[in-house]
Design a protein around this ligand. Structure first.
Ligand code: ADP
Length: 640
């Protein structure tokens, strides 16, 4: 027992010196001295102490208490108490109770002390060997658990990283067999059609057996697991032909659950090995079964998504309308063959490229890259091939924007034919109409007519005037739409509005309405056709006058903003019903509250719209029934 270290705790070194010289050193022990508990604790921490000897007489302190606290802190170090004879007769009992290895009453023989020390050291050795063995055992179990956890974690990764279901399921079975130490593993799935179980993956089964394996649900263990949704563990001593279709000594089946529905079982078994499976194997296998279930569900969802995607792709490929999808960064996400053909694209790679690199039409590019995510936008696109497309741009939150192209070339052609027809008819009607008007005027001059005849002639005259206005409007509209008004010059809008309002002055006064012009003198010039611009203001002012009751107010105001002139014509008239608002700019449309007493053909606003568009302007209106209407016209400043 040489080279062992004794920690000697006493009040003074005197008693130690004798022991050291006579007993400890001859026996080969190294001795460290401490005179307080604190010092003893520091020494134990710093040095390798094998045994503690504590002398009962420590000045002013209860040495039993010190011994108890040291034993508590360092239970692996044996402690011997040395007590004087005169002490408490129960001291030995008390010392042993607190866990001291021995208690020696002085005077004692040299042999007794050495014996006690050796005893203590031996016990400590036995204890240490036992503790080491225990630790090794625990470490082994811990390592096994860590390995299991690692396998489970790896399985988790495989499930998400492999898309090949066969690979994942084979890995699940293989890992399950490894983790449980089984001889064989199977993954049985329910065949929805036959209702039987078939082997979807396996380990250590013959191929032929796997291929032909079929297990009914009724009266089989796997079937029982399917029906109850609960795991099953079988480990009887005697081999028994249980309904597994093969002989096993022990077996575990756990259910494969998808949203509480059992779709199959994961099983392991032993045919020759007698080691039974443990209950924690069931837990491990349940975790594995979960992975398999997730992989199966993922694969199902993936196939489903793939099928849906293929369907969608087929639809998009075959649909006559062009479709483009652009993401929020303005990059192309989807373009179907029709869109490629319509836009005359001849590149190869479109996906993920910025839309401006692919599409030439600036207006379309701007609309697809636009900021606003709220409103739909419609634009007409004419291509070099003479086709016209109505393109609807729809913002889709969290995706970007889609553009759909509808070929409206035939509608445009029809519209043109219709306009041509209307133009020809209007033109041809104008000459006879002028002749009729002339003759009606002449009737009165040709001789006496009575009062009634006079009234009839007046009515004919009014009606003829209405027809003549309608025809003139139709001809105007045709000309404006055809873009014949190419004569443009710098136009002072203020003067134009003034002339238009002067033309209506007497009518407005007759109806006791007020007209206020609030137009700054330095309003910039507009580059446009003065006749048409006057016609536009005329129509808007005439409407304000017509659809406002006697005594009403009309205000025309103008401001300049960012190279644009904004003109507003406001009245406090009858307003436009909400249901009619989207259509009032359509040809021949009159709102339901425009009574027949108010003359009109429904062409005025169509002309206004065409003139504004011809001048690169914008327009809109706000109207509230019985409160009034404000029409806003925005025209670009000349040279702006
Ligand atoms: P109309 O010849 O009937 O006035 P317009 O094309 O000028 O035709 O206007 C179309 C319709 O819009 C009108 O019939 C009328 O119902 C409505 N409307 C236009 N301006 C106003 C207005 N200032 N107040 C109320 N309704 C209006």
């Amino acid at each position: 027992m040489a080279d062992k270290t004794i920690l000697f705790l006493a009040s003074d070194q005197q008693s130690l010196d004798i022991l050291k010289k006579n007993i400890f050193e001859p026996a080969g022990y190294r001795v460290l001295f401490c005179d307080s508990r604190q010092k003893a604790e520091i020494t134990v921490q710093d040095e390798k102490v094998d045994i503690i000897i504590l002398e009962k007489r420590i000045k002013g302190l209860d040495s039993l208490e010190i011994a108890a606290s040291l034993i508590k802190r360092y239970p692996a170090i044996p402690l011997i108490l040395l007590a004087p004879q005169t002490e408490d007769p129960d001291i030995v009992l008390k010392a042993l109770r607190i866990g001291a290895t021995d208690c020696i009453i002085s005077p004692f023989s040299q042999e007794l002390l050495l014996d006690s020390i050796q005893n203590g050291l031996r016990r400590a050795d036995v204890w240490k060997t036992w503790a080491r063995a225990q630790t090794r055992e625990h470490l082994k179990t811990l390592q096994e658990r860590i390995n299991e956890m690692e396998t489970l974690a790896k399985m988790g990764q495989s499930v998400t990283s492999y898309l090949d279901l066969d690979q994942v399921l084979s890995a699940v079975v293989k890992s399950t067999v490894e983790l449980t130490g089984a001889e064989e593993g199977t993954l049985l799935l329910l065949d929805d059609e036959s209702g039987d179980l078939y082997m979807r993956a396996s380990l250590n089964f013959r191929d032929e057996f796997v291929r032909t394996f079929r297990l009914p649900i009724k009266d089989t263990l796997a079937g029982q697991v399917i029906q109850t949704g609960k795991p099953f563990i079988f480990d009887k001593e005697t081999p028994e032909k249980i309904k597994t279709n093969y002989m096993v000594l022990s077996l575990v089946y756990v259910p494969l659950l998808i949203k509480e529905r059992v779709i199959g079982v994961l099983g392991v078994d032993n045919r020759t090995n007698n080691t039974p499976f443990k209950h924690y194997h069931v837990e491990l296998m349940s975790a594995m079964a979960n992975y398999a279930a997730i992989a199966i569900e993922n694969a199902r969802l993936y196939t489903h998504t793939q099928v849906e995607r293929n369907k969608l792709e087929t639809i998009l490929t075959n649909v006559g309308d062009g479709v483009i999808v652009v993401n929020s960064e303005g990059k192309l996400v989807l373009i179907n063959p029709s869109a490629i053909a319509y836009l005359g694209l001849n590149g190869k790679e479109y996906i993920n490229k910025p839309v401006h690199q692919i599409i030439q039409n600036e207006e379309l590019v701007r609309a697809l890259q636009g900021e606003s995510l709220i409103s739909k936008q419609r634009i007409e696109i004419s291509t070099d091939t003479g086709q016209t497309f109505l393109t609807t741009i729809t913002p889709i939150p969290e995706v970007g924007r889609t553009a759909t192209f509808q070929d409206i070339t035939h509608l445009k052609d029809l519209d043109r034919l219709k306009s041509d027809f209307v133009q020809t008819v209007s033109h041809d009607l104008r000459s006879p109409l002028t002749a009729i008007l002339g003759y009606v005027e002449l009737i009165e001059r040709a001789g006496n007519i009575n009062k009634r005849q006079k009234e009839y002639i007046r009515r004919v005259y009014v009606s003829l005037n209405n027809i003549s206005n309608l025809i003139n409007n139709l001809l105007d509209l045709g000309r404006i739409e055809a873009g014949f008004d190419t004569q443009k010059e710098l136009v002072p809008i203020r003067v134009i509005i003034k002339h238009a309002s002067d033309g209506l002055k007497h009518l407005i006064e007759e109806k006791k309405q007020t007209l206020l012009l609030d137009i700054p003198e330095d309003l910039p010039l507009v580059y446009g056709n003065p006749v048409r611009l006057r016609q536009m203001f005329n129509n808007l002012l005439e409407n304000a006058y017509k659809y406002t009751l006697s005594g009403g107010h009309i205000v025309v105001s103008a401001t300049t903003e960012a190279e644009q002139i904004l003109i507003q014509i406001t009245d406090n008239g009858i307003g436009i019903p909400t249901a009619d608002q989207p259509y009032v700019f359509d040809k021949l449309y009159r709102a339901r509250n425009a009574t027949s007493e108010v003359s009109g053909s429904g062409l005025g606003l169509s002309i206004v719209r065409s003139i504004i568009e011809n001048h690169g302007g914008r327009y809109w209106f706000d109207s509230t029934i019985d409160q009034g209407t404000t029409f806003t016209v925005v025209l670009p400043v000349a040279g702006g």
